[in-house]
Design a protein around this ligand. Structure first.
Ligand SMILES: [Zn+2]
Ligand SMILES: [Zn+2]
Length: 455
């Protein structure tokens, strides 16, 4: 099997510096960008503007790259009533668990330098969003949930440096893109120590309150990207349903395998066959792992894991020895090279330490909710020379790797089959009321249902 993903990694790692969009604020001008655009698009309105603004410069033509909304009215227009001049965006507002999501309209923002507006084409709902909706994960509300999102760039702030993607290439209106779940400053202690996802002034999509940044979530018609967001182009060959989880599960797994220095020739144990575990199985297979062993409580999920490259599956049950016997057999008694904990189970953490070979590595990813403490013997870690790493979220380079992986490998693994249902934004409450779709890992949400389209 070709391994384009591995071959691309060193190339991708050179790109790390280019991920932040410009930070400069718009210049303090008496003339706001929308006033200039109004002059350019509708000269007769200039009389009104001139009456309130002095010393207007003359612009011979409107900028070529972007289309701009004309703000002659604050009436509530449906954003798609005139696709070239939307002025509002619908968004589903989460207030608190147990209360229906509220479909509201928000005016589209006036963009500051480094910002852009994206028209959302598709979002998938992450398990963490469902935890929030069901009250299992506290989130400050009201907020617009959803962070697995792709869309097309509608416009940028016309001032400031031209925006670029993670690779440093210029972006243009109409580009199909995804973006990092977190935006970072690029300059604080954590950003300078290769941990931009822990930036001191972190901004997270799908997590910000609407009074701070109303259009930050994927459950909306538009998303307002702030400066410091890592943006990656999504090739048209990649379908919406496959591309949406890239900026959550796929990028996180890419980050975990970066921490593990890849999977080539390794025996890899993956705990949990959810979105993270299935993606990890596919990525480990793609990186030529010697064996990919997946565990889960569900036989149905393990059957799916085999479609994603698992060479062995072990159903977790009362008999804990089944897994250790399987690992003993698969590794000729030596133990596993790499364990990826994607389930969040403390028992899986404890078991991994027993199953690792001397010099093996455990990467913890799934423990993103409170659990009982895991018991571990420090002496075991020392004597077995084990390595334990934690990974939360990812870097911009991981997101770029995730898209590269999906482009290269989506034909090999049935990622699109993980999304079972497509609903419209306005149908979300009804979908939640019927308890979703237990047979599939994701639901896709679109402004309007129009089929899975790459264009
Ligand atoms: Zn997520
Ligand atoms: Zn920072």
């Amino acid at each position: 099997m070709p391994n384009n993903f591995t071959r691309c990694r060193s190339e991708l790692q050179k790109r790390r510096k280019a991920y932040c969009l410009p930070q400069r604020p718009c210049p303090d001008s008496a003339i706001q960008p929308w006033q200039l655009r109004r002059l350019i698009a509708l000269p007769w309105i200039a009389i009104d503007v001139i009456s309130t603004t002095l010393n207007l410069p003359f612009f011979p033509s409107r900028p070529a790259e972007a289309s701009f909304p004309v703000r002659e009215s604050r009436m509530n227009h449906h954003p798609h009533a005139s696709t070239s001049h939307p002025i509002n965006s619908r968004a589903l507002v989460f207030h608190q668990s147990g209360r229906p999501l509220e479909l509201r309209e928000f005016p589209l923002p006036e963009l500051q330098a480094g910002e852009m507006l994206v028209e959302i084409t598709c979002s998938t709902i992450c398990g963490s969003d469902l935890h929030t909706i069901h009250g299992d994960r506290p989130v400050a509300g009201p907020t617009v949930l959803g962070h697995e999102t792709i869309g097309r760039i509608l416009r940028f702030c016309p001032t400031g440096s031209p925006p670029t993607d993670v690779a440093g290439n210029r972006l243009a209106a109409g580009d199909r893109v995804t973006w990092s779940v977190a935006a970072s400053c690029g300059d604080c202690f954590h950003c300078r120590h290769a941990l931009p996802q822990k930036c001191d002034t972190l901004f997270k999509y799908g997590h910000e309150t609407i009074d701070r940044h109303p259009l930050s979530g994927g459950l909306a018609d538009f998303c307002h990207l702030t400066s410091g967001t890592a943006v990656v182009r999504v090739p048209d060959a990649l379908s919406d349903l496959v591309a949406c989880p890239a900026n959550c599960a796929t990028a996180t797994v890419a980050g975990a395998l970066r921490v593990a220095a890849g999977c080539a020739t390794k025996s890899v144990l993956i705990h949990g066959a959810g979105m993270l575990g299935l993606t990890a199985a596919a990525m480990a297979t793609w990186q030529n792992a010697a064996a990919v062993i997946v565990t889960d409580l569900s036989a149905q999920r393990l059957a799916r894991a085999r479609e994603f490259g698992a060479t062995h599956t072990v159903q977790i049950g009362p008999d804990a020895s089944a897994l250790s016997e399987a690992i003993h057999r698969i590794t000729d008694g030596r133990g596993i090279d790499l364990a990826l904990e994607m389930s969040g189970s403390p028992a899986a953490v404890e078991q991994s330490l027993d199953l690792l070979r001397i010099g093996g590595q455990l990467v913890l990813v799934g423990s993103v909710f409170p659990t009982r403490p895991a018991q571990l013997l420090p002496e075991k870690i020392v004597r077995k020379v084990l390595r334990i790493d934690g990974l939360h979220n990812y870097t911009p380079a991981d997101l770029s790797d995730a898209i590269e992986f999906l482009v290269a490998a989506a034909g090999e693994f049935p990622f699109a089959s993980l999304v079972g249902t497509e609903i419209e934004l306005a149908e979300m409450n009804a979908y939640l009321a019927r308890n979703g779709d237990a047979d599939h890992i994701r639901v896709a949400v679109r402004a309007r249902k129009s089929g899975d389209s790459a264009s």
